[in-house]
Design a protein around this ligand. Structure first.
Ligand code: B12
Ligand code: SF4
Ligand code: SF4
Length: 302
C-alpha cells in the first residue's frame, strides 16, 4: 500500500485513525512498562521517519499452526503460545522477505527498472504493523485486536518492507466480519479487555509472561494460569481460527518441546539458554521464565 494516499488528508486520512487509537491507548497507560512504545510514537505515526525514502509499505503475513491444543490441553501441563514453536520468526520472516525482494529487484532491473531499496521490519521496528496490514487488505482488526484474514484466521505473524518506490495501490481495508460475536472478549481469563479492540496490556497474560520484568504481584501470578510464555485464549475462542485449511509453516516444536513441570523445574540456566537459542522464546530471559514457571506450576497444582 502506498504511503502517500494513506497519509493524505492529515487528520482525516485512513492512517490517522490508527494513530489516534494508538495515542489514546498510550494515554490510558495500557502499554504498561513497554516504554519503547512511547519512545517510538513519532516514528509509528509516519514510516518515512523510520526509512526516509519510504513510498510504499509491502505487507506480508505468515501463518503458523493452530494445531497444538493450547488451553484445551487436558494434561494439566505448562502452556506455551503457539507462535513460539519452531525457528525465531523474526529471522525467518526477514530472510524470506529480503530474498523475495532481492529476486523482484533483479527481475525489475533486468527489464530496465530503477534499483529498489527497502527496509524490512519484523515486530521490533517502530511500525504499526496491524494498521498497515489492515490498510493493505490482509485482514481486519478483530475485537481481540488481532489482524484476522477471512480464510486464514489470526494465527499469523506480520512483517513489512518499506519500499522506496510506489506500487500504485491505495489503502484497501477489508470489511469487519466480527459482527455481534464477542467470544474473544468473554473468554479472556485475565479480563484484559476494556471493550472491543481495547486491550489493557497490564492485565494481559502475554504481557505479564513475555514483557513484564521484575516480579509479578500475587494477583498477576494467579492470573497467568498454566501459561509459561504468551497466551492464545482470545484466538482459540475465535471462530475464524477453527478452519483447518491453511498453509502451515513447518514448525518442529523446538524450544517448546520441554513441556512437563518436572523437566522444566529441574532445568538449569545453561540448559534453558541452549533450548531457547534460535527460537523466539530467547527474548524471555531466564529470570523471567523461571518466575513464570514457578507461578504457573503453583497454579497447576492448586
Ligand atoms: C506491544 C505488542 C503487544 C502487547 C500489546 C498488544 C495489543 N493488543 O496492543 C502485548 C504484549 C500484550 C502483545 C500480545 C500479543 N501479541 Co503482540 N505486539 C505488540 C507490538 C510490538 C506493538 C502493538 C501495538 O502497537 N499495540 C498498541 C495498539 C493500540 O496497537 P495495535 O494493536 O497495533 O492496534 C492498531 C490497530 O489495530 C488500530 N485499531 C485498533 N482498533 C481498531 C478499530 C478499527 C475500526 C480500526 C480501523 C483500527 C483499529 O489502532 C492501532 C494503531 O494502528 C506488535 C508489533 C508491531 N510492531 O506492531 C506485536 C503484534 C501485534 N503481536 C503479535 C502477536 C502474535 C501477539 C500475541 C498473539 C502473542 C501471544 N500469543 O502471546 C498476543 C496477542 C494479544 C492480543 N489480543 O493482542 C502480532 C499480531 C499478529 C496479528 N495477527 O495481529 C504482532 C503484529 C507481531 C508480529 N510481527 O506478528 N503484543
Ligand atoms: S492474550 Fe490471553 S490474557 Fe491477553 S487478552 Fe488474549 S486471552 Fe486475554
Ligand atoms: S472471537 Fe468473534 S469478536 Fe472476537 S475476533 Fe473472533 S470473530 Fe471477532
Amino acid at each position: 500500500v502506498d504511503v502517500e494516499p494513506a497519509l493524505a488528508g492529515g487528520d482525516a486520512s485512513p492512517y490517522a485513525d490508527h494513530v489516534r487509537r494508538y495515542e489514546s491507548w498510550l494515554a490510558g497507560g495500557r502499554a504498561g512498562a513497554m516504554e519503547y512504545l512511547v519512545r517510538g510514537r513519532d516514528r509509528r505515526a509516519d514510516p518515512r521517519i523510520v526509512f526516509p525514502a519510504a513510498r510504499s509499505v509491502f505487507c506480508v503475513a505468515m501463518p503458523y499452526s493452530a494445531a497444538p491444543a493450547g488451553s484445551n490441553d487436558p494434561s494439566g501441563g505448562p502452556l506455551y503460545a503457539r507462535y513460539l514453536r519452531g525457528r525465531d520468526y523474526h529471522l525467518e520472516l526477514k530472510e524470506r522477505l529480503d530474498r523475495a525482494l532481492a529476486a523482484a529487484d533483479a527481475e525489475w532491473r533486468a527489464r530496465g527498472g530503477a534499483p529498489l531499496a527497502w527496509k524490512t521490519c519484523v515486530d521490533t521496528s517502530a511500525v504499526l504493523e496491524r494498521a498497515w496490514a489492515s490498510l493493505a487488505g490482509l485482514g481486519w482488526i478483530g475485537k481481540n485486536t488481532m489482524l484476522i484474514h477471512p480464510k486464514l484466521g489470526s494465527y499469523l505473524l506480520l512483517a513489512e518492507a518499506l519500499l522506496d518506490q510506489p506500487t500504485g495501490r491505495g489503502p484497501a481495508p477489508l470489511k469487519d466480519y466480527c459482527g455481534n460475536c464477542r467470544r474473544c472478549l468473554d473468554s479472556c481469563p485475565a479480563g484484559a479487555f476494556d471493550g472491543p479492540r481495547v486491550l489493557d496490556s497490564r492485565r494481559c497474560i502475554s504481557y505479564l509472561t513475555l514483557e513484564k520484568r521484575g516480579s509479578l504481584e500475587p494477583a498477576e501470578r494467579r492470573a497467568i494460569g498454566r501459561w509459561v510464555a504468551g497466551c492464545d485464549v482470545c484466538q482459540e475462542a475465535c471462530p475464524f481460527n477453527t478452519k483447518p485449511a491453511r498453509e502451515e509453516r513447518p514448525a518442529p516444536d523446538g524450544a517448546v518441546a520441554l513441556n512437563d513441570w518436572a523437566g522444566l523445574l529441574n532445568e538449569t540456566e545453561e540448559e534453558y539458554k541452549v533450548r531457547v537459542g534460535g527460537s523466539a522464546l530467547k527474548r524471555v530471559k531466564w529470570d523471567q521464565f523461571r518466575r513464570n514457571l514457578l507461578a504457573a506450576s503453583e497454579n497447576a497444582s492448586s
